[in-house]
Design a protein around this ligand. Structure first.
Ligand code: FMN
Length: 350
């Protein structure tokens, strides 16, 4: 499948997806202000190219090192739930596509398939995103299963303390796909408990608890302020992910890219900083890297890719973003990811 722009894939997906799937996947909470900001705010950071720098297009280097993985390019699959909405094979399609494209895949704790089946579907590196169940034993079981299945980090989502849904999806009566279960809790696959029974009273101590239970690095996702990032690192976070959950939780918060440099400055290079929210172009990836992100993650484009072309669609979306980043680096005068700094953006000191 060939992709000219992620916007094309989104438009194709819109023609294929049911109204319910579109309302669940594409739309945001409240008035959708944050959802819109996640795209618009990239325009606050225009790129100012460097010329005549001898950048060799054939050897532009996109590789980055992240928590022990050498990634071929700094674009990850962000966790998103219920892939049955977009493809009959659900996360097997999205994880399979990520593997084909060599991208790190983050499996959502709210997946349709159990985490073991998702682990088998990708040949690439993989992280597991955890929700925290009110029953401590349920969370423990799932985290240990994730470790046994070969996931190499746990992503603790800190910003989803209740259902994140568009008004449109609620108005439709919250029509989840018929017969769907949350795979990690399904007794037929060794699970237990009620996925929807989540503990909202999360604290910084949860970071250490997850880290010592699994022995895996913990990435705290949903950070929107520098002080929270610093506290998470002091509590043992191995990385932080700047995110507003794609504008699906609290509406009225800034775009994730608007708070990125505050978070980067707060952690001062002590841990990697990731960013998700509104990444649709290679120039968006470039701007996030320039502001100090180690890598970015993307969710909706992956789901649109799966809706249009299954695993091949997902791989094509990731490869298109990668190729756009390559082209942007060449045109901006940067040979390697390490050359991308704030000085590449207008009005910012390097
Ligand atoms: C349909 C959908 C489901 C999501 N489910 C989860 C989830 O289960 N866990 C989580 O941490 N984030 C979830 N997210 C948020 C994404 O990880 C990510 O923060 C956000 O969507 C990034 O913005 P983008 O969609 O513009 O790339 C979900 C996003 C979407 C679109």
């Amino acid at each position: 499948m060939s992709v000219v722009s992620l916007a094309d894939v989104e438009a194709q997906a819109r023609g294929i997806m049911s109204e319910a799937a579109w309302a669940f996947v594409a739309e945001g909470s409240g008035d959708g202000w944050t959802l819109g900001e996640n795209r618009r705010a990239f325009n606050d950071f225009p790129i100012v190219p460097r010329r005549l720098r001898g950048v060799d297009g054939a050897s532009v280097s996109l590789g980055v090192r992240l928590l022990g993985h050498d990634l071929p390019y700094p674009i990850l699959v962000a966790p998103s739930g219920v892939h049955l909405f977009v493809h009959p094979t659900a996360e097997a399609a999205t994880a399979g596509g990520a593997g084909r494209a060599g991208a790190l895949y983050t499996a959502s704790g709210a997946s349709t398939l159990p985490l073991e089946a998702i682990a088998q579907a990708t040949t690439g590196p993989k992280w597991f995103q955890s929700y925290v169940n009110s029953d401590t034993g349920v969370t423990r079981d799932i985290l240990l299963r994730a470790k046994n299945a070969g996931y190499t980090a746990i992503v603790l989502t800190a910003d989803a303390l209740g259902p994140g849904m568009s008004d449109h999806f609620v108005r439709l009566g919250m029509p989840f796909p018929p017969g769907m279960t949350f795979g990690n809790n399904d007794p037929r696959d060794g699970g237990r408990g009620n996925f929807l029974d989540q503990r909202t009273a999360l604290t910084l101590d949860d970071i250490g608890t997850i880290g010592s239970l699994t022995g895996l690095p913990v990435v705290v996702k949903g950070i929107m302020r520098g002080s929270d990032a610093r506290d998470a690192v002091s509590a043992g976070a191995a990385a932080v992910q700047v995110s507003n959950h794609g504008g699906r939780q609290i509406d009225g918060v800034p775009a994730s890219v608007s708070v990125l440099s505050e978070v980067v400055d707060a952690v001062g290079g002590s841990v990697p900083v990731l960013l998700d929210g509104g990444i649709r172009r290679g120039v968006d990836v470039f701007r996030a890297l320039a502001l100090g992100a180690t890598a970015v993650a993307t969710a909706r484009p992956i789901l649109f890719g799966a809706a249009v072309g299954g695993a091949a669609g997902v791989a094509a979306v990731l490869e298109r973003l990668r190729d756009e980043l390559h082209h942007t680096m060449l045109l901006a005068g940067t040979q390697a990811v390490g050359d991308i700094s704030r000085g590449c953006l207008r009005g910012m000191a390097a």
